[in-house]
Write a protein that binds this ligand. Structure first.
Ligand code: T3D
Length: 263
């Protein structure tokens, strides 16, 4: 497996694997483009009847790659973040919600930042007992994006979502299950089999009916999501130009605690 996003199609199930384990599957432009293309392929190809998203190694995804973009440590041009999100992650999240085929997030390890948001955009989440979650954005002076500020309260309630987003505290798989964030938690050794069994079962069901049911279940989400993603991107543009964001990224890259000044 050499691609940064590996595709494997078998028995009606397309599995997409984030494949940069050395950086905990941090997402870069190549992966974003590959994922957009894979989602288009999933929409067009009638032989694909279920999608599985997962990560290679000990992470699902650590979110946006904070090393690949040096400009992050300097003030960014106005609207650069907004446009970047609109052309990148927002299209992925929208395609996931609009795809009239079931999507399972197979969460093998840590899910952070936009990696967490992508897991939230799946229809069903199955976590290994080694998985854990951190919103992560506040640790680098950002706001949630990729629809997290919509989906997290929907799943776990506003109070819990607010705390998880403000603090970026780590929660393990058992806690994620307890608060309704994931559908199932299974021992790490059983994650592949449990997910594959459900995915193959879904892939042999009446795909049109499942797709229409998804459309119905996601009706509110679909009605609001475009506006929501646009608004999150606008807020991220503001947060992305703060001194605290630059300090947060610098601190992460220097492996030290960030010193935020509220600016
Ligand atoms: O501006 C915009 O474009 C808006 C879009 C925003 C989207 C976002 O996703 S923002 C959020 C970005 N993600 C993060 O802030 C999370 C950063 N990572 C972490 O906080 C931690 O790595 C984790 C909590 C995910 C895991 O911690 P831990 O202790 O298990 O692992 P680690 O030692 O921190 O990481 C292992 C390696 O992966 C390490 O590299 P090294 O030292 O072994 O060479 C680390 O630097 C690298 N890594 C982890 N996450 C990222 C990363 N490298 C680049 N980008 C990352 N996101």
């Amino acid at each position: 497996m050499t691609e940064m996003l590996a595709l494997h199609q078998e028995a009606g199930v397309l599995t997409l694997t984030f494949n940069r384990p050395e950086v905990l599957n941090a997402l870069n432009n190549d992966i974003i483009k590959a994922m957009q293309a894979a989602l288009k392929q999933a929409e067009r190809d009638q032989a694909i009847r279920c999608l599985v998203l997962t990560g290679m190694g000990r992470a699902f995804s650590s979110g946006q790659d904070l090393r690949s973009s040096g400009t992050r440590q300097e003030p960014r041009p106005i609207l650069a973040t907004h446009i970047g999100l609109q052309q990148g992650y927002n299209q992925i999240i929208t395609s996931m919600h609009r795809l009239e085929k079931p999507i399972i997030a197979k969460i093998n390890g840590v899910a952070a930042g936009i990696g967490f948001s992508i897991a939230l955009a799946a229809d069903i989440r199955i976590a290994s007992d080694a998985a854990w979650f951190t919103a992560g954005f506040s640790k680098i002076g950002l706001v949630p994006d990729g629809g997290m500020s919509f989906m997290l309260p929907l799943l776990v309630g506003l109070g819990r979502a607010s705390e998880l987003i403000f603090t970026s505290d780590r929660i393990d798989a058992a806690e994620a299950y307890r608060i309704g964030l994931v559908n199932h938690v299974v021992p790490a050794a059983e994650l592949d089999e449990t997910t594959q069994t459900l995915a193959q079962r879904l892939a042999t069901m009446p795909t049109r009916a499942i797709g229409l049911a998804k459309r119905s279940l996601n009706r509110t989400i679909l009605a609001d999501m475009d506006d929501w993603l646009d608004y999150e991107s606008y807020l991220q543009d503001i947060a992305g130009r703060t001194a605290d964001h630059q300090e947060g990224v610098r601190a992460f890259l220097e492996n030290r605690q960030a010193v935020f000044k509220g600016e």
